[in-house]
Design a protein around this ligand. Structure first.
Ligand SMILES: Cc1cc2nc3c(=O)[nH]c(=O)nc-3n(C[C@H](O)[C@H](O)[C@H](O)COP(=O)(O)O)c2cc1C
Length: 191
C-alpha cells in the first residue's frame, strides 16, 4: 500500500477492541521517530512522549480506580473495574505531553498544532507498521493527579494518550466529512 492509500484508509480502532501484539521495541522506535518528524515552527520540539510500560499501565490502572473511588464513593464496583481497565486496553500506551512556551515568538497556537501533528504522525506510523491506534484524552488527560503521577508540572498538558495494538476485528468505516463542504476555491477578492 502506498503512503496516500495508507492515509486514505487509516481508521482509529477503539482501544477496547485492541489485542496483542503491539509494536516491538524496534517498531515502536520507528513510530516515535515518525512522531518527531512533524512541522515545528522555530524548532521548539514542543512535545514530549512517555512510553508507559506494562508496570506503568498497571500503576495507572490502580490510580484511575483510586481517583474515581474518592471522587464518587458510590460508584458501582463494575464501573470502578472499567476505570481500571482503561490504561490496560492496548499492548502499548503512550502519553503525549506539551508545555507551552507562552512568552515565545512562536504563537502558542502553532505549538499546539505541532503537538497535534505529532499525535497524528504516531497514528499514521502505527497504521503503516501494520498496527492500529487510537488517540484518547478521556478524563485522565485532564486530571491533575494523573498528570502529577506521570511526573508533570501543572502547566504541562496531556495532549493525548495514544493506544497502539492489533485489531480484534477490522474496524467499520466511519462517515467522513463531505469534501464539497470542506473545500472551496478562491481566485482573488470579489470585485
Ligand atoms: C485530541 C483528541 C482527543 C480525543 N479524545 C477522545 C476521547 O476521549 N474519547 C473518544 O471516544 N474519542 C476521542 N477522540 C476521537 C478518536 O481518537 C477518533 O478520532 C475517533 O474514534 C474516530 O476515529 P477515526 O480516527 O477513524 O476518525 C479524540 C480525538 C482527538 C483528536
Amino acid at each position: 500500500m502506498d503512503a496516500l492509500d495508507l492515509i486514505l484508509t487509516r481508521r482509529s480502532v477503539l482501544a477496547r477492541n485492541m489485542v496483542a501484539p503491539g509494536p516491538n521495541d524496534d517498531q515502536l522506535e520507528a513510530i516515535l521517530r515518525a512522531g518527531i518528524r512533524v512541522p515545528d515552527h522555530g524548532k521548539l520540539a514542543p512535545w514530549r512522549v512517555q512510553v508507559i510500560d506494562a508496570a506503568g499501565q498497571r500503576a495507572l490502572a490502580d490510580l484511575f480506580v483510586d481517583i474515581q473511588r474518592r471522587a464518587q464513593p458510590d460508584m458501582a464496583e463494575a464501573q470502578l473495574l472499567a476505570e481500571g481497565r482503561r490504561p490496560l486496553r492496548a499492548p502499548v500506551l503512550l502519553a503525549v505531553t506539551q508545555t507551552l512556551q507562552r512568552d515565545h515568538k512562536i504563537p502558542t497556537m502553532e505549538q499546539r498544532l505541532s503537538a497535534g501533528a505529532f499525535c497524528q504522525n504516531l497514528l499514521v506510523a502505527a497504521h503503516a507498521s501494520g498496527f492500529v491506534a487510537q488517540w484518547l484524552t478521556e478524563w485522565p488527560a485532564y486530571d491533575d493527579e494523573v498528570k502529577a503521577a506521570l511526573g508533570h508540572r501543572p502547566e504541562t498538558d496531556i495532549v493525548g494518550f495514544i493506544y497502539i495494538g492489533s485489531a480484534a476485528e477490522p474496524p467499520q468505516e466511519r462517515a467522513r466529512a463531505d469534501l464539497d463542504k470542506v473545500v472551496s476555491h478562491w481566485s482573488g477578492p470579489a470585485s
